[in-house]
Every structure is written in structure tokens, then in C-alpha cells.
Design a protein around this ligand. Structure first.
Ligand code: ZN
Length: 405
């Protein structure tokens, strides 16, 4: 027996009234791709986006030594709905006074964690009779600096974005909201993951190990930093007998089919294999390793960006480079990039969003959702499922998109 099977699928889409969007509209955005549960309320009018409010809770994984997917799933299931309810109650947003668009992260990320946020978003979309946009998480990071600026001109298409976080390290050319070209990607782990793992190996503790490593390096005296910076680790002929070269250095082919890549896995394996020579105290060795590893990871990022510019000379005409993702707040990265652009691409403006907006948040999901809704003219079907993997250059090649009515 197949009761009413056809009936289930033969329905008429409700006629949405979009006149409200011409006057300005409100957007509820949800992010739940990993260990941050975030919700934001944005207001859009006259081409301007205002962040009305946002709320966030983060899973404490310090005892686990990293994020466990099942723990992230349970955390999002427990957290995201109450967080949304709190924001809606605070702003008196109910059926008669409901937001006009619901955005939620569809991927990439941890499938269970993503589905917790996406389900809440679908429920609200159905209950409020409002359209849903399933947003690409990285597109959120990439678009964030286009609206939250330091008071200067925001970047304009085409612009280059360096996304570096615990899950991703990639350099992307954004030609439009839907057209992206990945110029370089990591072939193993992300820079933030590498920083965390190296920091743990060096004895740092806490939830944000990469940040702890940065703090530890910052706490060294200027004399120590100068001394360590001057010691070459190209080979082992230094007093620490430590070798730490830049990965993929041989990839300096200026043209041809070779893709430029990042690689961050070797930093930890070199630290694990290292045996310090006799006669140097433990704390000095630890400081030296921390300084060199931290500095070399960021030097590698800048070195690969230089390789991309050699590989694709047409990029010299691009006017803006934005940095986004959780690692974008790192001061060493900011300093190295600023210095590099000042020498080789002085016409290119570097956009560094405030550190608080570089980590995962729901505002960026709202911003990317608005762009997809207004400029790409799409919304998502209620049948969409979360994607653990979703290549950025396949943003529009997946199921579930439908035109704005
Ligand atoms: Zn992220």
C-alpha cells in the first residue's frame, strides 16, 4: 500500500508577498557548522545592512583536546533553539512581527551540527511563511569584510580573499557573489589546525590553543625575538639543530599547470621528530620552537600568496585583498601581509576586519544570505540537506536552489 504518496509531493508553493522587501526587511541568521552556536538579527534597507543583535555560545572542548563531532552535535541540539528563542523574545519577534528572510549555514561543516541549525531555520521558515536561504559557510567569511569595514571603502568585485581558520586555508578570487575561483588551497590540514596542534605539542592549554601560542610568542622579550628571527632553520647548522623550511618551496613555477597550494601538516611532524641538543635549557628550546613554528607558518602563507601572484599575473589588476577566518586576527599574519603588499602590490588595499568578526558568527551568514537573495536572486528549497563538504567553486551546482519568486 502506498498511501497518498503522490499527494505528499503535489503541493502548491505558497505565494509570498515580496513587496515588503522593497521597503526594507529583517533577516534572522543561524550558524551551527562546528562548535559555535550563533544567531543574528539584521536589518536591510536602502542597500545598507545593519546588525541589530547577535548572540553566541561556544562548546568548551578543552578537556577533549579538540572538537569531537558527536559532542558538537549534542551541543548544537541543546543550544541553538534556546538561543534563537532568546533573541526572538528579546526583540518581540513573533508571528505578527516576524522577520522576512531566514538564513542558515548549509555547509561545509560537521553534518550533525549543521542539521541542528538548519532544522530550526526550516521550522521558522515554515511557521512564518518566509523564504529560506541555505548559506555556504565560507562565503559568509569571504563576504564579511564587504560590509563591516574600517570606515574606508569596502572591497569591490573582483577581489581576492584569504580565508584562514581552523578548518580552511584558501586564497579565492571572488568575481561576483556566485563566481569564485580557488587560487590556492591546503593539501593537508588548515593553518589554524596546525597552530593548535603545534601549540598543544609545545604544552599550551585551553580552548584556543593557536591564540595561546601567539600570546606565548608575544610575551618573549624583544631581544629574544630578534635573536630567534636571525637564526636560520633552512638546515640543522644552528645551535638548536632544528630544521624548519617553508613547505612546497619547489612549487615556484611561474606558469604552467602546477597549482599553488598550502601545506601545514609538516610543522607538527617536525616538532614531534625533533631531539634538542644537550646543553640548552628546556625553556629556551620551547621558546625557540614556539617562535620559529609560529613565524614560519605565517611566512608560508605569505610565501604561497607571492607564488599565486607569480602564477597568475592577471591578478596584479585586482584592487582589494581581504583576510577572513578565525586566524585572520593573528598580528604576525597582519604584519607580514601588510609588509609584503607594501613592497610588491602597493596599489592593492588590504582589508582586515575587526578580530571579533573574524571567527565564526551568524552575522556573516546573514550577509552572504542577503547577497544570494538580492544579487543572485535565489532562495533554498525546504528539502535541502546539510553538506559536510561543499567546494566553494561549486556554490550554485548543488540541488535546492530556486529563483526568488
Ligand atoms: Zn569558519
Amino acid at each position: 500500500m502506498r498511501p497518498h504518496r503522490q499527494m505528499m509531493w503535489r503541493y502548491t508553493a505558497p505565494q509570498l508577498r515580496f513587496s515588503v522587501f522593497r521597503r526594507g526587511y529583517r533577516v534572522l541568521a543561524i550558524e551551527s557548522s562546528c562548535d559555535d552556536a550563533c544567531v543574528a538579527l539584521l536589518e536591510r534597507s536602502d542597500g545598507e545592512t545593519v546588525v541589530v543583535d547577535q548572540d553566541k555560545a561556544t562548546l568548551d572542548s578543552s578537556a577533549d583536546g579538540g572538537i569531537i563531532p558527536t559532542s558538537a552535535y549534542t551541543f548544537q541540539q541543546q543550544t541553538i533553539a534556546p538561543l534563537v528563542q532568546r533573541l526572538l523574545t528579546k526583540h518581540n519577534l513573533f508571528a505578527e512581527n516576524r522577520p522576512d528572510l531566514v538564513c542558515a549555514t548549509r555547509g561545509p561543516g560537521l553534518a550533525g551540527a549543521l542539521s541542528a541549525g538548519l532544522q530550526v531555520a526550516k521550522g521558522l521558515s515554515v511557521a512564518w511563511n518566509r523564504p529560506l536561504v541555505g548559506v555556504h559557510h565560507m562565503l559568509g567569511h569571504l563576504m564579511m569584510p564587504t560590509v563591516v569595514t574600517d570606515g574606508e571603502c569596502p572591497p569591490k568585485f573582483p577581489f581576492i580573499s584569504l580565508l584562514c581558520s581552523g578548518g580552511h586555508t584558501m586564497l579565492v578570487l571572488l568575481e561576483s557573489i556566485t563566481k569564485h575561483r580557488v587560487l590556492a588551497n591546503t593539501i593537508d590540514i588548515a593553518c589554524g589546525d596546525s597552530l593548535d596542534k603545534c601549540a598543544r605539542h609545545l604544552g599550551m592549554e585551553g580552548t584556543m590553543l593557536g591564540k595561546e601560542l601567539e600570546k606565548y610568542v608575544d610575551s618573549m622579550t624583544d631581544a629574544e625575538k630578534t635573536e630567534y628571527a636571525e637564526i636560520s632553520t633552512e638546515d640543522r647548522s644552528n645551535r638548536f639543530s632544528f630544521q624548519l623550511g617553508l613547505p612546497l618551496r619547489k612549487q615556484q613555477i611561474p606558469d604552467g599547470p602546477v597549482k599553488v597550494n598550502f601545506a601545514f601538516a609538516s610543522f607538527l611532524s617536525l616538532l614531534q621528530a625533533y631531539k634538542p641538543p644537550l646543553g640548552i635549557d628546556e625553556e629556551t628550546v620551547r621558546k625557540f620552537l614556539a617562535f620559529k613554528t609560529h613565524h614560519t607558518i605565517f611566512t608560508h602563507i605569505v610565501d604561497r600568496i607571492k607564488a599565486v601572484f607569480r602564477r597568475y599575473p592577471e591578478l596584479q589588476d585586482v584592487q582589494d585583498l581581504v583576510v577572513s577566518g578565525g586566524v585572520a586576527a593573528n598580528k604576525t599574519l597582519r604584519t607580514l601581509l601588510t609588509a609584503e603588499l607594501a613592497i610588491r602590490n602597493p596599489h592593492m588595499k588590504l582589508h582586515l576586519p575587526p578580530p571579533s568578526l573574524c571567527t565564526d558568527n551568524a552575522v556573516m551568514i546573514g550577509i552572504a544570505g542577503i547577497e544570494l537573495f538580492e544579487n543572485a536572486g535565489v532562495t533554498s528549497d525546504l528539502s535541502i540537506t546539510p553538506f559536510a563538504n561543499w567546494p566553494l567553486d561549486q556554490l550554485m551546482d548543488v540541488d535546492g536552489w530556486k529563483p526568488v519568486p
